[in-house]
Write a protein that binds this ligand. Structure first.
Ligand code: ACO
Length: 332
């Protein structure tokens, strides 16, 4: 990509998952399913769940602290905090609570929602502020507690999701490591995957009504989402690679939203990227929505798999529908 503006590096990562796990055998006691079915169709074996005492700001802050420490900066150095989430503790926004917990009073903080694409959309948003020289040190968090909104009696969805948080620090850098991106949205397929508000009419006084209600549990057309992901994700990665002036052979790691192992395999196959370059940790966490990409990234960095300079093709996809890819090199 012919970049106009300052260089960007991804200099730190962190993650946090709740201790309590729910495995497939425990799910067998809740809905009509089996460990064999779930493992064969999704690759998921267990998912970690936040309990009633936990909250999004807590796991998000833990992930953030680790990312800040790895980047070698102090919370007070942060200029901007972006929280990608669909499950805030507070619908008015949770990023400011995280700013307070971290002790980052200078940092402008806001939430953004693009479901399972939230982290990738967040990376691109953060990059714009750094490129233009507005902010130097940005903390991007992807965190979700989807267990709050799962219908635990629906075997079609409850087997898929888990809770977690991941974070990265993006900084202005002499060399540019943020090589390309492509973002897409399609509202015509919105109904395929929803966590929608259901309104009831309430009359305040004669002639004046308002709608009040609540968000309804996640509803999904699994087959449609599967088809969408397998078709659209390779396309968007290819476009982002084109902008980065790289070929698929030059990708060291394919880092996809951890929705389903079959989707990961199919996308890698379409791109001709060998299985050993595909990062996958969904067996242990399931689909953690906006958290899944930074969570898998952080585990691979801390395990020494991802090395400084490695080229990573990351792609998110999900509700909206939204999808997108970023191409970047790890480290300064
Ligand atoms: N256990 C056992 N049987 C089940 C289960 C279950 N948990 N769920 C569905 N079945 C049954 C169905 O009832 C159906 O039975 P029938 O043939 O008698 O009607 C049969 O299994 C096949 O069901 P399908 O829905 O066709 O199964 P499919 O192979 O499509 O797998 C799945 C379902 C795993 C949900 C798959 O469609 C998928 O992964 N889709 C993508 C979903 C996804 O990734 N969503 C999130 C992405 S975006 C975001 O992250 C928010």
């Amino acid at each position: 990509m012919n970049q106009l503006g300052l260089g960007i590096a991804i200099t730190g990562s962190g993650s946090a998952t709740p201790e309590v796990a729910l495995d497939n055998h425990q799910l067998e006691r809740m809905v009509e399913t089996s460990d064999e079915w779930i493992t064969a169709r999704t690759g998921i074996r267990e998912r970690h769940l936040v309990d009633a005492q936990g909250c999004l700001s807590a796991i998000a802050s833990t992930a953030a602290q680790k990312a800040i420490a790895m980047a070698g900066i102090a919370p007070t150095d942060l200029d901007l905090i972006i929280l990608a989430t669909s499950t805030p503790d507070d619908l008015f926004g949770t990023a400011t609570q995280i700013q307070h917990l971290l002790g980052a009073p200078q940092a402008v903080s806001f939430d953004m929602t693009a479901a399972c694409s939230g982290f990738v959309f967040g990376m691109v948003t953060a990059a714009q502020f750094i490129r233009t020289g507005v902010y130097q040190n940005v903390l991007l968090i992807g965190a979700d507690i989807l267990s709050r909104w799962v219908d635990w009696t629906d075997r079609g969805t409850c087997i898929l999701f888990g809770d977690g948080a991941g974070a990265i620090v993006m900084q202005v850098n002499e060399s540019d490591r943020f090589l390309g991106f492509e973002l897409r949205s399609d509202g015509t397929l919105n109904k395929s995957l929803q966590l929608a508000f259901k309104a009831q009419t309430r009359e305040l006084v004669e002639g004046v009504t308002v709608s009040q209600g609540n968000y309804q549990p996640i509803s999904m057309n699994g087959k449609e989402i599967y088809r969408f992901a397998v078709q659209k994700v390779p396309e968007v990665i290819e476009k982002a690679l084109f902008r980065a002036n790289l070929s698929t052979d030059e990708v060291d790691w394919l880092l996809l939203h951890q929705a389903n192992q079959r989707i990961l395999d199919a996308v890698a196959q379409r791109l001709n990227i060998p299985a050993e370059k595909v990062l996958s940790n969904l067996a242990h966490y399931g689909n953690t929505s906006a958290a899944s990409i930074p969570l898998a990234l952080d585990e691979a960095v801390r395990a020494g798999q991802i090395q400084s300079g490695d080229v990573i093709a990351a792609a998110g996809f999900g509700a909206g529908l939204t999808w997108g890819a970023t191409i970047f090199q790890w480290g300064r």
